[in-house]
Write a protein that binds this ligand. Structure first.
Ligand SMILES: Nc1ncnc2c1ncn2[C@@H]1O[C@H](COP(=O)(O)OP(=O)(O)OP(=O)(O)O)[C@@H](O)[C@H]1O
Length: 730
């Protein structure tokens, strides 16, 4: 008893008047720990407990420096880490939470019954492995302190290095591009399968050396395999490498063009930008991508003379749309008279304005230039007519043109979905109110009559925004429509040049004989796009920002293991529970919180939405029948304040959108703070785009990814670590 009193920490629950049966179980656990560390400690517990307790196995006394200098009574565990005092934690929480009311309220935390030793130790074990793993978090210091993490990480890295060796010896696993087998690479593998003769080997060697000598330095540069940091992350390896030189250029541009005034815009462009495009925000500065792109695209030269119209009315497509391999077989186009640019920057970085502003400014300059030419012509005419002896027929006759400007836009902007047509089109309309240009939208949302009126009425639009599907059909029927088109912009270029879109996107470009600039824009450069551009537009100028392919660190990603308690592989329950937590947390006070849930399959949207609706949430999904434009509007618009009634119900204060990748690209959900990845995305590209719906334009964002027993947990962990380190996912 005296020994006990001597070594008993002050926070043990042992009142002076304690009877043998009133000692709490946690104290007993502490006593047992002490017992393990004291030499020859044979204290019997019989004086404290009425029930006999099986003696603990005797542990040899080892007066190591760690055990003597860091006793457990100092609130440190056996590894020497500081742990919170158990007695100060209040009531002990159970290991199995019962979610009897499912998601209707947050999971209760019933008290564990005292005296069940097994339960207690299990509980303490489980507490170290929470279902929601927040480890990556934002705390760099605590991350560094995790020595076990580090050890595990180095073991993982070693294992991956071995995997990488094995994988790189196989043919390219790229999902986008099945390259023709390179004899140089397949040499080893084939020699194992079927023995080759010495003659064949020699022939292969010669073929390989020929390939080496014929490939240009440009080709060599871009056919280099990307740096694969993680052998397992094959998807990540499909992203292109961004050189340090590119990063230096971006930083230099950022320093040089640090205000919108430095771009030498027309006064009306600047006014429209400040008043309409940026919603009256004050003190705005160009983003890195804008500093880089705007000076390059801004064009003050007058429009060059138009090439004559192609008279033959070719109604046939130059390419076979049903041939999926054509995309990868296409050789470089016939000598190009136009310049090509590739804009690549992280999601939510302001890429749209970076191409829209110089485009509108250039077109306005040309319009003003043409107007001044016409005015000076008419002045000359009047002067001539005033000369004595001159009359109307002495004047040179105006040129007879077969190409009236009727229905011929100067610029075309292509985007993959009608939702994006609406988003980009709305921005253009806002800007053109002050700049005074005519802009129109074309998508499946409008009837044929509406489209016809928009295109071919007396006032021809200067800029048309549309989907490739619509514009391909219209320009195929009216090939002369693109005669005056000097600019074609392809937003989300990685989508519009993939196997499904490429056969309808490419012909539109080839129908514009007077094209001056082809601008491709994307947040990700998959290897397929990189190869396509190198092959088809070898002189393409790449405008790439330093943070390309990196998910901003202001987005916090947490991993929820739904295989663990309390979800027991019920993903929908875990998702509803997360929504409940979001609804009740103290973020965004007074405002309706928005949550976007991404799933991999269209069918899952209906399942998740109905479950959430049943649980009382305000959930919607985008599908074929829904008015997706209207639904998205409530997620892209400004913040809405939640009413007192909604606040009371709590669930009413949160709006949930369940969607597939349909809403993962380009949609400017700038006020969405919460994103849930219900399914692990198939590729890193999808990861980047889905996470890109939050944390836009410098805002903070939160994301959760649900993993179950079938998910590639390793892959998710690597993505999270890479994000945490602020590195690109390549
Ligand atoms: N210089 C700026 N200052 C403040 N806000 C800006 C600036 N430029 C653009 N924005 C705003 O940032 C938001 C995101 O812009 P935008 O949609 O162009 O991003 P993005 O790079 O195209 O994203 P994504 O890759 O997802 O399509 C828009 O709401 C836009 O109004």
């Amino acid at each position: 008893m005296s020994l006990l009193n001597r070594s008993r920490p002050a926070n043990l629950h042992l009142p002076q008047s304690a009877t043998a049966t009133s000692v709490c179980l946690s104290c007993l656990a502490r006593l047992r720990q002490l017992h393990l560390h004291l030499p020859g400690n044979h204290v019997t517990t019989s004086s404290f407990h009425s029930t006999p307790i099986t003696p603990l196995p005797h542990k040899k006394w080892n007066p190591s420096p760690s055990s003597t200098s860091r006793p457990n009574s100092n609130n440190r565990n056996t590894t020497g880490r500081r742990v919170a005092s158990k007695s100060s934690k209040g009531p002990i929480r159970p290991s199995r939470m019962t979610l009897s009311e499912r998601v209707a309220r947050s999971p209760p935390r019933p008290q564990i019954s005292e005296g069940r030793n097994g339960k207690l130790s299990k509980f303490l074990e489980r507490r170290q492995e929470p279902a929601v793993d927040t480890g990556g978090g934002m705390n760099r210091r605590s991350f560094r302190l995790r020595s076990e993490d580090k050890q595990q990480y180095s073991r993982e890295t070693e294992r991956r290095r071995r995997d990488l060796k094995e994988i790189t010896s196989r043919p390219s696993p790229s999902r986008f591009l099945q390259k023709p087998t390179d004899p140089r690479r397949s040499r080893d593998a084939s020699s194992i399968k079927d023995p080759v003769t010495a003659g064949e080997k020699e022939a292969r060697r010669i073929a390989a050396s020929r390939l080496d000598s014929t490939s240009s330095p440009e080709e060599k540069k871009y056919t280099r395999p990307p740096v694969r940091r993680f052998g397992q992350m094959k998807h990540i390896a499909s992203l292109d490498h961004v050189s340090s030189r590119t990063r230096e250029i971006t930083h230099a541009a950022e320093e040089q063009f640090n205000t919108f005034e430095t771009f030498d815009f027309l006064p009306q462009t600047l006014e429209a930008l400040y008043k309409d495009a940026l919603d009256g925000l004050e003190g705005v500065a160009p983003t890195p991508v804008q500093s880089l792109v705007i000076p390059t695209l801004l064009d003050k030269s007058p429009a060059p003379p138009l090439k004559p119209l192609v008279t033959e009315n070719s109604r046939h497509k130059t390419k076979d749309p049903l041939d999926p391999d054509q995309f990868h077989r296409d050789g470089p186009q016939s000598p190009q008279s136009f310049k090509t640019y590739l804009i690549a920057a992280e999601t939510g970085s302001g890429k749209t304005l970076s191409y829209v502003l110089p485009l509108m400014d250039t077109l306005k300059r040309r319009e003003l230039h043409n107007l001044s030419l016409t005015q000076s012509e008419s002045l000359k005419t009047q002067e001539m007519l005033q000369q004595p002896g001159k009359w109307l027929f002495d004047l040179p006759s105006p040129p007879i043109t077969q190409n009236p400007t009727h229905g011929k836009p100067y610029a075309i902007i292509l985007v993959p979905t009608s939702e994006l047509v609406f988003q980009v089109g709305t921005l253009l309309k806002k800007l053109s109110y002050i700049i005074k240009l005519r802009t129109e939208m074309i998508s499946k949302d409008f009837t044929g009559t509406v489209i016809k009126n928009r295109l071919f009425r007396s006032s021809t639009p200067d800029i048309i925004v549309g989907t490739p599907f619509m514009l391909d059909r219209i320009t195929e029927a009216n090939p002369q429509m693109l005669h005056r088109t000097s600019h074609i912009i392809i937003d989300e270029a990685d989508s519009l040049f993939d196997r499904s879109f490429s056969p309808i996107t490419s012909p539109i470009i080839s129908r514009a004989p007077n094209l001056e600039k082809l601008i491709l824009c994307s947040a990700t450069i998959p290897k397929s796009l990189d190869t396509y551009i190198t092959k088809k537009y070898p002189d393409c100028k790449r405008l790439v920002t330093a943070n390309l392919h990196a998910v901003p660190r202001r987005i916090q990603l947490q991993v929820v293991d739904v295989a663990k308690d309390p979800y027991k592989n019920n993903k929908t329950l875990a998702c509803a529970h997360l929504c409940q937590q979001i609804a009740t947390d103290s973020t965004e006070p007074g405002f309706s919180k928005r949550v976007v849930i991404f799933v991999n399959e269209r069918e899952t949207t209906a399942v998740v939405t109905s479950y959430l609706k049943e649980a009382g949430f305000n959930a919607v999904s985008i599908n074929r029948d829904s008015d997706s434009r209207k639904i998205l509007e409530s997620f892209t618009g400004d913040k809405e304040s939640s009413t007192v009634e909604e606040e009371g119900v709590r669930k009413g204060g949160v709006k949930i959108l369940v969607t597939t990748d349909l809403a993962s690209r380009g949609v400017d959900t700038k006020n969405v703070k919460n994103v849930i990845l219900y399914d692990v995305p198939y590729t890193s590209i999808d990861f980047i785009h889905r996470l890109g719906r939050t944390g836009r334009m410098g805002r903070r964002g939160r994301a959760w990814v649900l993993v179950d027993k079938d998910s590639n947990t390793e892959y998710v962990k690597e993505v999270r670590k890479t994000m945490f380190l602020g590195q690109a996912l390549i």
